[in-house]
Design a protein around this ligand. Structure first.
Ligand SMILES: *Cc1c(COP(=O)(O)O)cnc(C)c1O
Length: 350
């Protein structure tokens, strides 16, 4: 079996499970509990299906122009991809090409070390402090690039814009990627810093706040030069990542800003209710600015709670990883789902 010697062997990222039960409460992958904007449904019905015969526009202009207008930047500053996973993967491949290690927190999105491994990028994780905060001094050492989510995952902790700026300003020789998957739910976006720092790339996704995890759309905004470098790499791998339906449906989601804001407000309101109830039941957690709460209980081990909830078809995320193995990451659902969660926990803990 000598062919196996030439195989690229990797330890893959493990996504959260997608259980299928008729009646379940699914709070394990931070999806939006509400449907996508009504315009998305309308477009789904009216889509020019004959156009599927043709290749989609390689520049994905329909979507980059819409996003540029929404965020007040130029279309040349926008890169779109198949979910932000694809966007971040392309950013790793494009910007993290030196010999020095890239830096990211030790408790963070667990896909970062996977991309680093598969692309052969050296990396060094930096410990968060005891309140799960990023220690800015850790990001002032020699490095080949920096990435962190803000708010961070799975903690939900949002760092102030001043920290993002300090890290970006201290590293003019590296590209700093801020993964803003959850920024719509709270926290400050780094977009206003783009005018001053050409080494900054901001990544966003339609999966969480725009209720389109199933569509797979993500994007990055940076200065035109960074985006051009990313596109050069992308066109060297797969020119047509963005299919025609994604472009049309994604645009509809951005155009309906009223629906978007309404959905966000509902999620935030439920999140704040969940915080109060979880506290009442003896949980503690860093204050979340995202659409999930990272909670630990004063008495009951997280793994035990996880199993109990799972039996009742209530799914939350549990990471059996040193430092966070007594925590549960609970996505914010609808009010009805949150009530089921709280009453079930109440039964277990009484
Ligand atoms: C969910 C998530 C992503 C990826 O989302 P996509 O569905 O690929 O857009 C990226 N970063 C963080 C921190 C996430 O939580």
């Amino acid at each position: 079996m000598s062919w196996e010697e030439n195989v690229r062997k990797v330890v893959p990222y493990t996504p959260g499970e997608q259980p299928k039960f008729d009646r379940m409460v699914k709070l394990n992958t931070n999806e939006c509990p509400y449907p996508p904007a009504p315009g998305v449904r309308k477009m789904l019905q009216e889509m020019p299906y004959q156009d599927l015969r043709l290749y989609p526009a390689p520049d994905a202009k329909i979507l980059t122009e819409t996003l540029a207008e929404y965020h007040g930047v130029e279309p040349e500053q926008v890169f779109v991809g198949v979910g932000s996973d694809d966007v971040i993967s392309m950013a790793f491949l494009t910007f993290f090409h030196g010999k020095k290690p890239i830096l990211f927190p030790d408790i963070t999105y667990s896909f970062y070390p996977v991309w680093a491994e598969v692309y052969g990028i050296p990396y060094e994780t930096q410990p968060l402090d005891e309140s799960f905060r990023i220690r800015v001094e850790d990001y002032k050492k020699e490095n080949g690039g920096i990435i962190f989510p803000n708010p961070n995952a799975p903690t939900g902790v949002a760092e102030p814009l001043s920290l993002v700026e300090e890290i970006t300003a201290s590293n003019p020789d590296s590209v700093v990627i801020v993964d803003e998957a959850y920024v719509d739910f709270g926290g400050e976006s780094a977009l206003p810093l783009l005018a001053r720092y050409e080494n900054l790339l901001v990544v966003r996704t339609f999966s969480k706040s725009r209720a389109l995890a199933g569509l797979r759309v993500g994007f990055a905004i940076g200065n035109a030069k960074l985006i051009r470098y990313m596109n050069d790499v992308k066109f060297s791998v797969n020119s047509y990542t963005m299919n025609m339906p994604s472009l049309l449906l994604g645009r509809e989601a951005v155009l309906d800003d009223a629906y978007f804001k309404e959905t966000l407000a509902k999620v935030v309101k439920t999140r704040e209710w969940m915080k109060r109830e979880l506290k009442r039941l003896g949980f503690s957690f860093p204050d979340s600015q995202s659409n999930f709460i990272f909670a630990t209980h004063q008495e009951k081990p997280a793994e035990e709670i996880f199993r109990y909830l799972k039996e009742k078809h209530i799914f939350v995320r549990y990471f059996k990883q040193p430092g966070i193995d007594n925590y549960l990451r609970i996505s914010v659902g609808t009010d009805a789902e949150a009530e089921i969660l709280i009453s079930t926990l109440e039964e277990l803990l009484k």
